[in-house]
Every structure is written in structure tokens, then in C-alpha cells.
Design a protein around this ligand. Structure first.
Ligand code: AMP
Ligand code: ZN
Ligand code: FE
Ligand code: FE
Length: 283
């Protein structure tokens, strides 16, 4: 069984449509793939319709969160598996974050334009294709202008990593945990030690999250070194949390391929058993 529990479509900042994503997952030899777009479930219906026989689809989302206690607050991502997409409190909060992401991206376009860089809001909206807007869409505009060679380079400090970055209006991490659990979902902390992306939270916060219903930690991820993976595994064992591995596939916006990291079938079974919001789609 090859199980990849974290992938993005163009319902957020991946480059494949949900239909293309499930086809790619089957081609990559996966048995199970989770669709986890940023702050949205908009890709679910298309992925479910297009699912090739034999592939199990796990509907989910990746929530943009922040731990507000430290100054400055620290951003983090929470994977929410098998939520009820119609549960109003979570759906409303995701909609708020998506709206705030648009305002934020528009401000980033303004900052770029103020420096004489001719990026337009229209082209950013066009590459977002109606999905959740994120920095990768701005990065694509910089690539088109020949200002950077690829999307990854656009995340350097002199570009979208720092110079033109505007913070998102993220969910409070404890509120997000309550919302996911309230929507019958299973919360897993995505890439908790990905320090190359920015500041990471201390283990003490993860202990607190575990006390508030966190179910697992993503250990095997591109952005974790072997030592970081080992640390995450040890912490999960201490706290009684499951560990997952996943690609965090973003199509051509990143170099990682589907199935680059995978999750143990027993862990997948435990996630499914804990979920009450929706079911994996299989058959
Ligand atoms: P945002 O959520 O709008 O702040 O944008 C962050 C998104 O950009 C995340 O989904 C990351 O997966 C993606 N990202 C972060 N760093 C990089 C990078 N170096 N190359 C490509 N994508 C990245
Ligand atoms: Zn992303
Ligand atoms: Fe993430
Ligand atoms: Fe992701």
C-alpha cells in the first residue's frame, strides 16, 4: 500500500486540476491520496468524480494557522482530514481566511508595483483560477517577467520570502483544532519542523496541541532533515500521536513528486477510524 496524505490541486496553489491530480496519483502507483488544498474543500467534488477505480481518495484541507502567544506570532499548517465540508463554523472560518488571502495578495502586488515591477492583480487572479490565492501565484508572475528562474527562487528573502511578503490573517491554532474536531475531522500538524520556511513552534506548543485533540505529526516531509524526522517521531511516540509521511505535492510549483514520502497503512486506518465528518472515497 502506498499512501500519500498531503497534495495540492489548483483549488489552491498546486498546478494540476483535481481531476488531473487523482489521475497522476494513480499513475504514480499510489493506492491512497489525500487532497489537502489550503483553506478550501472546493476541489473535492471534481476529485471524487474523476477518481480512477482502485485509488482511494481522502478528502481534506490544510489550514493556515498561527500561534499568537509569542511576539511575533508563528505560522503553522494544520492538515484536516475527513472533515464535514458543510459544517458551518469551519466552512465560515476557511472562507474568511480565503478572503483575507486575496486582500493580502493584492497588497503584495501593490508593493511590487510600487517598486516598478509590472505584475498585475488580474494575472495573479487568473493563475489562481478561482482557487485559494497564495504566494506561488505571485511567484508565477515573477517567473513570467523573467525576474526569477523558478517559483522556488521567488521565495528568497529579496522577493516573496521577506521583501514583498505580507502576513496572512491566519486562524488561531487552538481555534482551528476545535473547528476541525467539531467538523468530525482528524487534525495532523503538517511539516512541524520545516525551519527553512521560517520560525517553527517549540515542542511545548505541540504538547499543548496534543492535549487539545491533535491526532498526529507529519514526520516524513521534504522540508525535514533526517534529524528533524527522527525528532518528530520521538515526540509523537512520547505524546501518543501517529506519524505520517507525505509529498506535499504542488505540481510544477515544486519539484517533489507524488508519493515521495508515504504513510504507514496502520496509521491510515487509525485516521479513518477516528474520523466522523466524511469517509474516504474508494472502490
Ligand atoms: P502562502 O500560503 O500564500 O504564504 O504561500 C506559501 C505556500 O508556498 C505554501 O503552500 C508552500 O508550499 C509554498 N512554498 C513555500 N516555500 C516555497 C518554495 N521555496 N518553493 C515553492 N513553494 C514554496
Ligand atoms: Zn501550498
Ligand atoms: Fe504546508
Ligand atoms: Fe501543503
Amino acid at each position: 500500500m502506498r499512501i500519500d496524505l498531503h497534495a495540492h490541486s489548483n483549488a489552491s496553489d498546486g498546478t494540476s486540476t483535481p481531476a488531473e491530480l487523482v489521475a497522476l496519483a494513480a499513475d504514480a502507483g499510489l493506492d491512497v491520496v489525500a487532497l489537502t488544498d489550503h483553506d478550501t474543500t472546493a476541489g473535492w467534488a471534481e476529485a471524487i468524480r474523476a477518481r480512477p477505480a482502485g485509488l482511494t481518495l481522502v478528502p481534506g484541507a490544510e489550514l493556515s494557522c498561527r500561534w499568537f502567544a509569542p511576539e511575533p506570532a508563528i505560522g503553522l499548517h494544520l492538515l484536516a482530514y475527513l472533515i464535514d465540508p458543510a459544517e458551518p463554523a469551519l466552512a465560515t472560518e476557511m472562507a474568511r481566511v480565503r478572503g483575507a488571502r486575496e486582500t493580502r495578495a493584492e497588497r503584495m502586488v501593490d508593493l511590487l508595483r510600487a517598486d516598478g515591477l509590472d505584475v498585475t492583480w488580474d494575472e495573479v487572479l487568473e493563475s489562481a483560477a478561482g482557487g485559494t490565492v497564495g504566494r506561488p501565484h505571485l511567484a508565477q508572475a515573477l517567473v513570467r517577467r523573467g525576474l526569477v528562474p523558478n517559483v522556488s527562487e521567488a521565495f528568497a528573502d529579496r522577493w516573496l520570502g521577506e521583501r514583498y511578503r505580507v502576513p496572512k490573517a491566519d486562524m488561531d491554532v487552538f481555534a482551528a483544532l476545535r473547528l476541525v474536531l467539531g467538523a468530525g475531522g482528524v487534525p495532523v500538524f503538517a511539516h512541524p519542523r520545516a525551519s527553512r520556511r521560517g520560525p517553527i513552534v517549540p515542542d511545548e506548543l505541540i504538547v499543548e496541541m496534543a492535549g487539545q485533540g491533535l491526532f498526529g505529526l507529519e514526520a516524513d516531509h521534504e522540508d525535514h532533515s533526517p534529524a528533524e524526522r527522527a525528532h518528530v517521531r520521538a515526540l509523537a511516540a512520547d505524546l501518543g500521536l501517529v506519524v505520517t509521511g507525505s509529498s506535499d505535492f504542488h505540481g510544477t510549483n515544486k519539484t517533489v513528486g507524488l508519493g515521495a514520502h508515504t504513510t504507514d497503512p496502520e496509521v491510515f486506518e487509525r485516521i479513518v477510524a477516528a474520523a466522523e465528518g466524511s469517509r474516504p472515497v474508494s472502490g
